[in-house]
Design a protein around this ligand. Structure first.
Ligand SMILES: [Zn+2]
Ligand SMILES: [Zn+2]
Length: 176
């Protein structure tokens, strides 16, 4: 069975990374571990003209740290990620690869001038983690609006879906 390794990319909340272990273990039926935090990786991906962090560059740098991984590696950070054609991304992944990256930055209600709700925040973080990891398992976007692989471009979209993979997606990655 393929294992999952969570790579904290500073800055990130250790608490959030720790809390992901148990639900990801049951959703992917896989061993989940936490790697040593990486301090400089996000800085190397900083784009001063946008004052944001390039997610594709984060993936490239993670690939240098984990060149021959047989595990799925999910980098988690709290900085604001982007790809050049989009204003922001929640995350990015190698489809059917080994590396994914995600940010908690846009998942926090405090960013939108609302009171932060730690339970809703963590649910969003988990959904995004499952989504990006799902891409590394080869899953594409799912039409089932309750499935974690359903496409989300806003937190409202994220809140509408669940954290679990639908039956079809589970079958595709061989855990059902
Ligand atoms: Zn996606
Ligand atoms: Zn699905």
């Amino acid at each position: 069975m393929i294992s999952i390794r969570l790579a904290p990319l500073i800055p990130v909340s250790d608490k959030v990374v720790n809390e992901l272990v148990s639900p990801l273990t049951s959703i992917f039926q896989s061993e989940v571990s936490i790697e040593q935090s990486l301090r400089d990786l996000t800085e190397m991906s900083y784009d001063s003209s946008r004052a944001q962090y390039n997610s594709t560059s984060c993936i490239r740098e993670l690939l240098k740290v984990y060149p021959d991984s047989t595990s799925k590696i999910l980098g988690i950070t709290s900085v604001d990620l982007f790809v050049p054609v989009l204003t922001y991304v929640f995350g990015e992944a190698q489809l059917d690869g080994t590396i994914a990256v995600m940010s908690t930055y846009r998942l926090d209600d405090a960013l939108y001038g609302m009171e932060a709700d730690p339970i809703i925040f963590f649910e969003r973080v988990l959904k995004e983690a499952v989504h990006e990891l799902g891409h590394t398992y080869g899953l594409i976007h799912c039409k089932n609006f309750e499935c974690a692989m359903h496409s989300s471009t806003s937190v409202e979209d994220v809140d509408l879906k669940g954290a679990a993979l639908c039956v079809e997606c589970q079958k595709k990655i061989g855990i059902l």
